[in-house]
Write a protein that binds this ligand. Sequence first.
Ligand SMILES: Nc1ncnc2c1ncn2[C@@H]1O[C@H](COP(=O)(O)OP(=O)(O)O)[C@@H](O)[C@H]1O
Ligand SMILES: [Mg+2]
Length: 310
Amino acid sequence: MVVQGEGLVKRYRDVVAVDNVDLAIEDHEILGLLGPNGAGKTTAINGIIGLTAFDSGEVSLFGRKMKRIGTDVKRRIGVVPQDIAVFEDLSAAENVAYFGRLYGLSGTRLSEGVDYALGFTGLSERRDQRPKSFSGGMKRRLNIACAVVHRPDLVIMDEPTVGIDPQSRNHILESVRALNRDGATIIYTSHYMEEVEAVCSRVVIMDHGRVIASGTQSDLKALVEDEEVVDIELERMTPDVVAAVSAVSGVSDCVPDGAHLRITAERGGVRLGRIIEKASEAGAEVLSAHVERPTLEGVFLSLTGRSLRD
Ligand SMILES: Nc1ncnc2c1ncn2[C@@H]1O[C@H](COP(=O)(O)OP(=O)(O)O)[C@@H](O)[C@H]1O
Ligand SMILES: [Mg+2]
């Protein structure tokens, strides 16, 4: 086990940000920590790396129980924080070197580390430029370079793709896979289920400070296997239409989202024709309908009754 947390609790006044969480991350895993904003992901991460103290619970890192995290352990961890932290007035290479020194590198190991980290994040050609001139996505990649300069065994990325262009996003997802292939264990925090689906071998879903589900993607999808989600696009959506569709037998949930209705129904138990008929009787016109395969979004919806995107 690279990380093991048991009974982790963190309170901020009356908010229980992390509420009795157990976490176990095995060597070479890419663990996705998935949950909506405010679920407690960052608080859990910050506690694990010793940035904040849990009110109770125990953390082991690399098989050793930690009260305080020593320098030797810190040097095996690379953290990409949720908020970009780079020095605007230093060049890309100087930024990475600064972090390399913090992690104890010097001399050839430092310069090799800087080359590796910049190459790895696709920033070699911009090594002498300052991040002032960088796009948000490039700054993110620099932030990642700073976190991997010392080739850590455990890399923790906290929402590394928020607010960036699709090209940088793909670059980051690819770099997560590459780091993992090179032997690193990864914790990847996100509220985008597509990203977690794309890169993570195992997933922990958090909501309101609690772990509400965990397992491999297929374990989690099996939780909703007996359901199917039908997405219909409507003209003239009204509360009457939502009520009429909700009342169709076999429909367990019906959530309007713009011109779409997301309908959760018993697998094979509901005929699409029946739904369309009821929607039309209530005054709507069905423009299109899609039956979706189980997704992590569906798992979250089914467990909480809410969409992850909220
Ligand atoms: N320093 C803090 N002081 C007070 N409340 C906080 C602090 N940090 C986080 N919280 C609260 O704890 C909860 C979890 O936050 P956070 O861990 O940032 O969630 P996530 O990273 O999943 O979006 C939220 O309700 C948030 O408002
Ligand atoms: Mg967060």
